[in-house]
Design a protein around this ligand. Structure first.
Ligand code: SF4
Length: 230
């Protein structure tokens, strides 16, 4: 059915690939505007220790942070350290984390990760990318979350679904593979801002640049965004 003038959505501006100084300027504008808009941007998973953050991040796959935060208080009370989690009964653990989805795989990851942390690292979460990604259930994204938020180590940029989507919409990259998006973003932002830029993009992606219906009309970046529909 042909759309009439009232129902037709405005087409985005014709996209032009940004390069060099223009691309850097775009990244700087994104960083400064979002920093101003979200001065409290932070990791939205609740945790007190690096182990708790690692557990919460594993649980957050395909699940909202809000849901994870509902599950973790009892989980952390029941299993206060890596050894107790490694010794957990898998049925009991599955029951506790069931509502986060994919609970069988997540149970396997938690048991494997905590056993490795207890056996290889004396119960302490390692502080390097190389050691973290050797833990069962831990990939580069999860390791970046832990390094950046539990240890304040800017090793890389967390690329989740929001960061990936906004990076493309804002013209920062054409890549869609998370590892390639991360490689494209790292040279665009100051090293010390790598953890923060991820939080800022996630905050904006959850509140304004929503996947299905971006609110371009109320977006502070609409004048520089090549995907703006305003
Ligand atoms: S909300 Fe619209 S203008 Fe803002 S970043 Fe997303 S696509 Fe661009």
């Amino acid at each position: 059915m042909a759309r009439n003038a009232k129902t037709a959505r405005k087409a985005p501006r014709k996209r032009r690939r940004l390069k060099g100084a223009e691309l850097k300027a775009q990244a700087l504008r994104v960083l400064t505007d979002l920093e101003q808009l979200y001065p409290d941007a932070r990791c939205e998973l609740d945790f007190d220790t690096p182990l708790q953050l690692l557990i919460a991040t594993i649980l957050s796959a395909q699940c909202t942070d809000k849901r994870v935060n509902m599950v973790t208080p009892e989980l952390f009370r029941t299993f206060p350290d890596a050894s107790s989690l490694a010794a957990a009964d898998s049925d009991r653990l599955e029951e506790l984390i069931k509502s986060t989805g994919f609970f069988r795989n997540k149970t396997k990851s938690l048991l494997g990760m905590s056993a490795a942390v207890a056996e290889r690292h004396g119960g302490e979460i390692p502080r390097t990318m190389g050691e973290l990604v050797k833990l069962p259930g831990v990939g580069r994204k999860t390791a970046n979350v832990v390094l950046g938020n539990a240890f304040q180590i800017n090793e890389g940029i967390v690329v989740d679904t929001h960061v990936g989507r906004l990076s493309v919409r804002l013209g920062l990259t054409d890549e869609t593979d998370p590892v390639k998006v991360e490689q494209a973003l790292m040279p665009l932002f100051p090293h010390e801002m790598w953890t923060l830029i991820s939080h800022l993009l996630i905050f904006h992606g959850r509140r304004v640049c929503i996947a299905r219906a971006p609110r371009c009309g109320e977006c502070v970046l609409s004048d520089v965004c090549p995907s703006a529909r305003v």
